[in-house]
Design a binder for this molecule. Structure first.
Ligand SMILES: NC(=O)c1ccc[n+]([C@@H]2O[C@H](COP(=O)([O-])OP(=O)(O)OC[C@H]3O[C@@H](n4cnc5c(N)ncnc54)[C@H](O)[C@@H]3O)[C@@H](O)[C@H]2O)c1
Length: 299
């Protein structure tokens, strides 16, 4: 099933619809001279915005929309090849919108399903090459309800998508990173873990677990030159945020009152930090939680 989707995805031509999609086609990239043909074929060294970096294969979970889509777009623009794994059917369409050069694949996958994750990672490396970057962005986003009303099944589902999936994808990715002696795992936490927000007990608990996973995994894989970090977004305007909070003017005013930088956060604010964590510049940084919230919480 994953293989069929992959074939379809590779055949998908560009259907760019907006300015952000146009910026994702790697037009800033150029091959660096002086590298041996063999090495170039394997790693494709790129000069981007004045910085030398190495193009990799990146998996972005939950990349069909919102923050994940913007991360996929930014990593493509950095020169990486990107696979979007999302439970939404639109994963393939998003991949087609982001790149017209077969550098972006979209696969419909439930990342909490162990077998599906294994199949997807095999399919991605078969099509794009060995995976060097995993961004665990997929999540069931916050459903506000008093803590006593959360059922055991709801708790388990939130943990499965928000924590188990990150473990499964990190494990599948790291298996391919180890022989490369290079790798990046970036996990999406949330500012709600730091604030201990009420009426979100399963979500907040899962976002705390992501920090534990980040720290423990960082210790285990550092010797393989693989870094593991987490990013905690503050209040970011995405499709799901607008759906959950239709009165966006009120949200903007509320955030302006508590943040040092009085504007709404955007998916690009998060994608820029993820891009840095995936770069060579972040090679000596691991096990960290970076708060990207306009100075809402300071710790
Ligand atoms: N938007 C914010 O204000 C905010 C704040 C803090 C943290 N975050 C975190 O940032 C990340 C992205 O948030 P967003 O606002 O873009 O939300 P979103 O709901 O738009 O994105 C989540 C994506 O994950 C996908 N997904 C859900 N379950 C899946 C599964 N089982 N398998 C594969 N894909 C699955 C969804 O289809 C969606 O595309 C999440 O981890 C979220 O917790 C967001």
């Amino acid at each position: 099933m994953v293989t069929t989707q992959l074939t379809q995805s590779l055949r998908t031509s560009c259907t760019q619809t907006d300015a952000s999609a146009r910026s994702c086609n790697g037009s800033r990239t150029s091959c660096c001279r002086g590298t041996s043909r063999q090495l170039r074929a394997r790693l494709q060294v790129l000069r981007i915005g004045g910085d030398l970096m190495t193009a990799r294969v990146a998996v972005v979970t939950g990349g069909a929309r919102g923050i994940g889509r913007e991360i996929a777009c930014r990593l493509l623009s950095d020169g990486h090849r990107v696979a979007i794994l999302d439970v939404l059917e639109s994963a393939t369409k998003t991949a087609g919108e982001l790149s017209d050069r077969g550098r972006c694949l979209g696969l419909r996958v439930d990342v909490s399903d162990e077998g599906a994750v294994a199949d997807a990672f095999t399919a991605v490396s078969g099509a794009l090459g060995p995976i060097g970057v995993v961004v665990n962005n997929a999540a069931l986003t916050a459903v506000h309800r008093p803590w006593e009303s959360v059922t055991g099944d709801q708790w388990d589902r939130t943990m499965a998508v928000n924590v188990r999936a990150a473990f499964l994808c990190a494990r599948a990715g790291i298996e391919q990173m180890r022989p490369q002696r290079w790798g990046r795992v970036v996990n999406l936490s949330s500012v709600t873990f730091l604030s201990g927000q009420r009426h979100l007990i399963d979500y907040v608990s899962s976002k705390g677990a992501i920090v534990g996973l980040t720290r423990s995994l960082a210790r285990e894989v550092g010797a393989d030159m693989i870094t593991v970090n987490a990013v905690s977004p503050g209040s970011i305007r995405t499709e799901i945020d607008v759906e959950n909070f239709p009165d966006q003017a009120a949200v903007a005013a509320q955030q302006a009152a508590v943040q040092a930088i009085p504007r709404r956060g955007t998916p690009a604010d998060i994608a820029g930090v993820v891009s840095f964590l995936c770069s060579e510049d972040a090679s000596f940084m691991t096990g960290q939680l970076l708060n990207v919230d306009g100075g809402w919480l300071m710790h």
